[in-house]
Unconditional design. Structure first.
Length: 168
């Protein structure tokens, strides 16, 4: 089984749409922050959250629920605006503005109570716009992601973060 969490009107072929609100692509209506997903433990092999994680009040609880329904090796793809992107700030329903390092927190054993079985970040990607500023941003980021986020990110702004997680 594959889930498209927060699907809105974006159906993804082969994925079951789940959203908090009645909408075009939703097969199931579920407020994941206040109720369990209507799926058994260890029953899901792939999950997509496309521009939805930044809308949740409690990201750790959402992550725990995603891990609960995930089978071992489940792939979770999270796409969200980078905190320096105008897209992160222009939508007043965004509650969190995430960085390249935001989900690293969930890999720590000391916070395993947040995610149960645990997750590992298989891959993460930071995308930039075009032009000279995008090129410079990409180069600075490739040289040192930490330095980029600490010193240069508000000058050479990024656009989109993509996290590929794997459930342990």
């Amino acid at each position: 089984m594959k889930l498209n969490i927060g699907c809105g009107n974006k159906a993804v072929e082969g994925f079951i749409g789940v959203d908090k609100f009645e909408c075009e692509a939703a097969d199931h209506i579920c407020d994941i922050e206040n109720e369990q997903l209507p799926f058994e433990d260890n029953s899901v092999e792939e999950i997509i959250l496309d521009n939805v994680i930044e809308h949740f009040d409690n990201i750790p609880n959402v992550m725990k629920e995603l891990v609960r329904v995930s089978s071992r090796g489940c792939k979770i793809k999270i796409i969200t605006p980078h905190f320096t992107s105008l897209s992160s700030w222009i939508d007043p329903t965004h509650k969190y503005h995430l960085s390249y390092f935001s989900l690293d927190h969930f890999e720590k054993e000391s916070v395993s109570h947040y995610v149960g079985k645990g997750i590992k970040i298989a891959n993460k990607k930071l995308s930039f716009g075009g032009g000279v500023f995008g090129l410079i941003g990409r180069l600075l980021f490739k040289m040192n992601p930490t330095s980029y986020e600490r010193k240069f990110c508000f000058i050479f702004r990024a656009s989109t973060l993509t996290f590929d997680l794997e459930v342990l």
